[in-house]
Design a protein around this ligand. Sequence first.
Ligand code: HSE
Length: 434
Amino acid sequence: MSEPLGIALIGCGTVGTGVARLLLEQAERLAARAGRPLVLRHIIVRNPHKERPLPWPQERYTSDLSVALKDPEVQLAVEVVGGVEWAREADLKVLAAGKDLVTANKALLALHGAEVFDAARKHHRSVAFEASVAGGVPIIAALTQSLAANQIRSIQGILNGTCNFILTSMYEQGVSYAAALAEAQRLGYAEADPTLDVDGTDAAHKLAILAQIAFGFTVPVESIERRGIAQIEDVDIKYARELGYQIKLLAESWLHDNQVAMHVSPVLLRLLAPLALVRGAYNAVHVVGDAVGDTLYYGKGAGQMPTASSVVADIIDMAVGRAQRTFNTLRLWSNNGAHFQLRPPGTVRSRFYLRVLVEDQPGVLADVAQVLARHHISIASVIQHEVPDEHEGERVQMVILTHTALTGQFRAAASEINQLRCVMAPSVFYPVAD
Ligand code: HSE
């Protein structure tokens, strides 16, 4: 067997603990896969005195990264800390010290991918990042290797396990949003700051990474339109179900006329669509390539051991030498997709779900329909339930599904509808996928 690969683990939270467990408890199996022993030499943590459930002597935990960086027997650092700034500095030091890097830090890559990858190239080092998107689902390997013959046409993903867990619990068990979020946190799916999950930021970070690989397209994360799930109401989940749909938080990107459209949004999916069947904290990514057609990737997108599975796969790829070859060939974050532009969101065509709380008076349906007609938006179906006699003439929910329309025109129509005298609360709308 060849020389051992010496590893420094930076961060020992949920994911780091899983990585250490695999390295320490499955050493023989991993050495056989890598063709050489994978030796964990340092664990760097913020608080070295905290007790951890690992077969690792307490006195060997350290908060001093420099010892690992100076250790000539460390060839690889694995960074699995949350947050961006500290991780960015640590990763740049790792590369400058001549070590390869495995990271699970999607926020870091989405925000500073170019800087980290440039530093790696400058120091003739490599970066692998399978665990940064969709936890245990091997979507990075699929896009960088298995689908290499294709021009990717579209990516549609459930990329945040916390949001999918919350939406599934609300849809299937009628659990409140707050209770479902607390349970997702207890199970270790959510980020340290769960706002990043529920407002769509985490999914936008992951989408930025996938678009980088699929289209060579570097997009500032702030330019990705995003809406999260915190504002989704039970009433919309019920109406969607009645219409034959379920609401999922999707991260979507597709190529059209040299323009890349991207957004993160709650979307109505038909009940039997493959992504609608993805439940709980599972993730799934639907990728369409020009040669292969439709492909689907599915698995646990969050949690300790699924994410550790991807991190350790990267470590094995580094030990074998595959990751270095992929890194050098792909030239990610080097502006190789500069000929593509971000498509203005208003020009994207979609169907829409629209719910408006209106006065229960003559002519109200006609008023709303007229605004839609003026904006060239055709109605596909309408729901308005009879209200009990004692409330007749008060208020009623009107739900409309449209045919395909330009997003810009639909939004203009929705703001005009909000101005109608009969409308009692701002309208709620979501795209509908077909
Ligand atoms: N908070 C993330 C999620 C974890 O819920 O999907 C994996 O990135």
